[in-house]
Every structure is written in structure tokens, then in C-alpha cells.
Design a protein around this ligand. Structure first.
Ligand SMILES: Cc1cc2nc3c(=O)[nH]c(=O)nc-3n(C[C@H](O)[C@H](O)[C@H](O)COP(=O)(O)O)c2cc1C
Length: 208
């Protein structure tokens, strides 16, 4: 069983990474493998070309997105973690979700019924909005979203400060515990309850 976390911060070893490491400790106790993919600021934005509908991979110049997508399709759980930039997720996380989401909705929806969790780290404000943005994608991908004792956020500014937010750290740890529980419960139930068939999606635009 494996969880992959996307670190949406341009800073590889900032507060988002520290927060994810708290989750990693819980996953280790639960016997679950954990890997953090740092997307940094290298990803180009989606151009809306929709070539991925045919190729099932992004055809923009290779910046590692397709490799990350392939890795995520093998995971049982995914954490989408971002620092808050101007009350929002980072532009890197936006690029990642747009491009990966576009591939996946045209590739049999590989994230259906995986466990997905949002996580936001902020200095002071905007974390709930960032969580909402992350949830919009996780929910669209038909992932199962576990909760914690509070919304999945923690506070910190300079790298490492997030470790001082005791309530935030507990929230993150319990989030990891909830993910582990749901992943294990779903794994146990899979043999008895088959995943429903993927229906053909109706696209009805508001144009007559
Ligand atoms: C461009 C920029 C915008 C930011 N905007 C906000 C914000 O709107 N609200 C907030 O609470 N913190 C904001 N911050 C602070 C970061 O969210 C905070 O420092 C966070 O811990 C960074 O995480 P990291 O160390 O993983 O990069 C901003 C930081 C930067 C660089």
C-alpha cells in the first residue's frame, strides 16, 4: 500500500514538506509506503489543446508531468499539499492539477476510489480557500476524501515553523490516520464489493 504526496511549494524543504513529513511518520507506523513528489516551479501551464484526449499523456515539452501522473496511478492514496499564495494554491499546483486532471478524465479516470486528501499551509489566512480549490479537483476525480479533527491546514511562515503549530500538527497526523484507515477498509472490501463500471460521461454545455 502506498501514498504519494504532491508538494506544491516551490520550496522543497519548506513548511509544506515539514507538514508532509508528519504524515509520513504516521504512514510508516501503519506500514504504508510514502513518497513526496516535489513539483517545484518547473511545470508549464495547461494550454487547453486537448491532445491528451487522444494520446492519454500530456504532449507539452517534457517537464516530468507524465512521469508523475504514471506514478500517481499506482498509488492507493494521494495527498495534494500546497502553501497558500494570495489566498490560493500555488501556480505550480494549479498547473499540475489542470494538466493531470485533463489527462486523467480522458484516460479511464485512474483516480476513482483512491483516497485523496488536501493539505494547506499558510502564514495567516487563505488556507480554507486553498483547501476548497484542492477539493474541487479531488472530488471531480471521484477520490474518497477523509477528514480530520479540523480542516486540513497548519500555520507557519519561515521553513520549519509549522512544527510549532501543535493543533495543526495533530490535525495533519489524524488526517494521515484517517487516510490509512479508509485505504485499508477499502482494500478489505474490494474483493466483496466490485468497483462500479465507469459510465460514459454526458457533456451538456449551456449552449442551444
Ligand atoms: C507569493 C506568496 C504569497 C503568499 N500569500 C499568503 C497568503 O495569502 N496567506 C498566507 O497566510 N500566507 C501567504 N504566504 C506565506 C506562505 O503561505 C507561508 O510562508 C508558507 O509557510 C510557505 O510554505 P512553504 O515553506 O512550504 O513554501 C505567501 C507566500 C508567498 C511567497
Amino acid at each position: 500500500m502506498k501514498v504519494i504526496a504532491i508538494n506544491g511549494s516551490p520550496r522543497a524543504n519548506g513548511n509544506t514538506r515539514t507538514a508532509l513529513d508528519f504524515m509520513g511518520e504516521v504512514f510508516a507506523q501503519e506500514g504504508i509506503e510514502f513518497e513526496v513528489l516535489h513539483i517545484g516551479s518547473k511545470l508549464a501551464p495547461c494550454t487547453g489543446c486537448f491532445r491528451c484526449a487522444k494520446t492519454h499523456e500530456c504532449t507539452l515539452p517534457d517537464d516530468g508531468l507524465n512521469e508523475m501522473y504514471q506514478k500517481l496511478t499506482q498509488a492507493d492514496g494521494v495527498v495534494f499539499a500546497s502553501p497558500v499564495y494570495f489566498s490560493s494554491i500555488t501556480s505550480g499546483m494549479r498547473c499540475f492539477m489542470d494538466r493531470m486532471g485533463c489527462i486523467d478524465m480522458n484516460n479511464g479516470r485512474q483516480f476513482r476510489f483512491k483516497v485523496g486528501a488536501p493539505l494547506a499551509v499558510a502564514r495567516r489566512a487563505g488556507a480554507v480557500n486553498a483547501i476548497d480549490e484542492l477539493i474541487h479537483y479531488i472530488n471531480y476525480a471521484q477520490m474518497i476524501i477523509p477528514g480530520s479533527l479540523y480542516w486540513p491546514l497548519a500555520f507557519g511562515n519561515k521553513p520549519g515553523e509549522v512544527a510549532q503549530d501543535a493543533e495543526g500538527v495533530q490535525t495533519i497526523q489524524v488526517l494521515a490516520q484517517s487516510m490509512a484507515y479508509v485505504m485499508k477498509a477499502m482494500e478489505a472490501g474490494k474483493a466483496q464489493i466490485p468497483v462500479p463500471e465507469l459510465p460514459r460521461k454526458s457533456f451538456t454545455n449551456f449552449i442551444r
